[in-house]
Design a protein around this ligand. Structure first.
Ligand code: CAA
Length: 262
């Protein structure tokens, strides 16, 4: 993920262990189209496989995280085009990334933009953020997980209201309703806050971080009992890691742990 290698993204490593991916399609408010997704997936995978990187931040501009799927790109698609080529399927590559991803949302996060932000592990936004699923106004419905993730995040009644009316949710409301973990006063503070959190995560054992993300994500798919059993197995497994010995010994000896990520 070297800098300058992308047309629709800016990809940098602004902090130790942190990869920053910034959508850079300002003329279309970062509308999400296929070439951008090829680049996004490549950038995410490059950071995911880089031993230097421990966490990532995904952001857009102050005006728009992403104003949704590119309506002009998809307007002439037929059912056969959409179904036959699994339209939107490749948008979910983010879900297969093993390292934590934080979305820092400023400005518009509409339709696919909101859905992509919700695929991240942690969401931050600024007061100026606008979340929405306006697909109903275009004669369609959310297609990248919005109906499922938004409903789990803010509850059925509010999600149903948003998806059926196309009404937006402000950054402040997103914080109050628990869609995002934190709301910042400005776009810059939001990105900086996400980078701070990513840097902190990147300072821990990569083995433990990977396991932590995996078990929390399981809570979204499993019942509580199976989820707790899964957690216990993974917890037990970590006693086979070097970093468990390093972390606990360092505590007992009042030292700073030097992780081996093994
Ligand atoms: N697709 C393609 N182009 C888009 C776009 C989108 N989703 N959103 C914005 N743009 C383009 C506009 O067409 C415009 O281009 P031109 O200058 O060439 O006309 C440019 O970005 C700037 O946008 P506006 O002039 O409209 O800016 P604004 O400040 O007046 O309005 C906005 C901003 C309210 C976000 C408005 O652009 C808008 O409503 N955009 C569409 C939002 C939307 O419906 N998103 C959902 C898409 S469907 C989807 O995502 C499906 C799914 O579930 C995967």
């Amino acid at each position: 993920a070297s800098e300058g290698a992308y047309e629709h993204l800016k990809v940098t490593t602004p902090r130790p262990g942190v990869g920053l991916i910034t959508f850079n399609r300002p003329k279309a408010l970062n509308a999400l189209f296929t070439p951008l997704f090829h680049e996004l997936n490549a950038a995410l995978r490059a950071f995911d496989s880089s031993p230097e990187i421990g966490a990532m931040v995904l952001t857009g501009s102050e005006r728009a995280f992403a104003a949704g799927a590119d309506i002009k790109e998809m307007k002439d698609k037929t059912f056969a085009d959409a179904y036959g080529a699994d339209f939107i399927e490749m948008w979910s590559d983010l879900m297969h990334i093993k390292k934590p991803v934080i979305s820092a949302v400023n400005g518009y996060a509409l339709g696919g933009g909101c859905e992509l932000a919700m695929m991240a592990d942690i969401m931050y936004c600024s007061v100026g953020a606008t979340f929405g699923q306006p697909e109903i106004k275009l004669g369609v419905i959310p297609g990248a997980g919005g109906s499922q993730r938004l409903t789990r995040a803010i509850g059925k009644s509010k999600a149903m209201e948003m998806i059926l009316t196309g009404n937006n949710l402000s950054g402040k409301e997103a914080g109050e309703r628990g869609l995002v973990a934190k709301v910042f006063d400005s776009a810059q503070e939001c990105v900086d806050g996400a980078l701070d959190t990513a840097e902190k995560i990147a300072s821990y054992s990569k083995i433990a971080v990977k396991a932590a993300k995996e078990v929390v994500n399981k809570s979204q798919d499993l019942g509580v009992r199976e989820g707790i059993e899964f957690e216990r197995r993974v917890f037990h497994g970590l006693f086979g890691s070097k970093d468990q010995k390093i972390g606990m010994t360092a505590f007992a000896e009042k030292k700073k742990p030097q992780w081996t990520h093994e």
